[in-house]
Design a binder for this molecule. Sequence first.
Ligand SMILES: [Zn+2]
Length: 439
Amino acid sequence: MTATLSPAAFWQPDEECMHREELAQLQLERLQATLSRVARSVPFYRAAFDAIRFDPDDLRSLDDLRRLPFTTKGDLADAYPYGFLAVPLREVVRLHGTGGSGGSGIVMGYTRNDIKTWANLMARMLVAEGVTKDDVLQITFDYGLFTGAFGVHFAAERLGASVIPISSGNTKRQIKIMVDYKTTALVSTPSYALHLIEAMRAANLNMNALSLRRVLVGGEPFREESRRQIQEALGVTVTDNYAVSELLGPGVAGECLERNGLHLNEDHFIPEIVDPVTLAPLPPGAEGELVLTSLTKEAFPLIRFRTRDLTTLDTGPCPCGRTSARIRRMRARTDDMLIIKGVNVFPAQVEAVLAEVDQTAPRYQLVIERRDALDVATVLVEVSQSVFFDEMRRQAGYRDLLRHRLASDLGVTFDVKLVEKSTMDSVAAKGKVVDLRKR
Ligand SMILES: [Zn+2]
């Protein structure tokens, strides 16, 4: 298969198409070096390794990684601002940050080499998504402490594409620039892409006349239905990108044009899938929390970092020729996980069933209560006036179908209540999930 591959299809073909045995050897060498470095220079890891009497020189195989403790966002926040830096601050050339609205947040540092690596890893993704130096990229992510905009920006420049660093907001101006500058690739969250489409429809703009060929999305989990809507409205290819700000930013994983999972840059990150509750490693193919260990970061290397994102890992071959494992597109975060009647449930799963049964993806609210020591779960689903006042039988049929599909897909029985728009308007402010058991 390798002979048919065009070199232009890869940014770093030797790394992206490496044999998996060779990859494992490279990972082991890089892991040993990283563990030695963090044991020397990061107090958190020195203490954690001492506590289990682990000496990085004793590392013999990648499986030994499982003996090591996890790193959580809480650990990073506790060390605010610079407690996790593995190099002196004078070697850091860039600082990004997350959170901070309530607490102080997390500060990530990058050395000159880290910035170069970052641009290469994201450039791999851009090339995999079909971007070339002839493209004009409009980046609608916020330029600031957030890693998204700068991560894509420097990779696109390195690739030789033309970058429009418009940043977020001002939809009218975004559209004018998209038309006038002949943007060919839009970089956006899926929800903002849908918002732009709505705004263009409202302005009666002929979307077929745009130069746009692709939309690179990232920054939030999204549904296949949103991809379909964006592709159809704009006549473009939509590819998904996965960023982990604490580990790098965008460039951790991304889809190739096959769109059958996101290739993870495994020569720079070791992925594991663990049970989000017991933290035990899960067998290949099982869904669980993604845990990542950085292998090449100089300033801010993290060991077994819990991303809180739920996915599966696929190491099978991809027709594109890349040999890296693919993670399934993110649907949910463990932070959103609810345990109802002993079963793990994610609001995104309820959303997926609603979107499948009802093409309009109606608004909903999940209410969980405890009655006589038992969990009772109810889904309020908004229906249009016409359905609401329609014959009772049709309403009942729709409700039964939803109840049946929720039970078979999620393994939990829900009461389904159909409500009018005005009712949903008044309860929506409480959020998509109302868990009354916590009171
Ligand atoms: Zn592929």
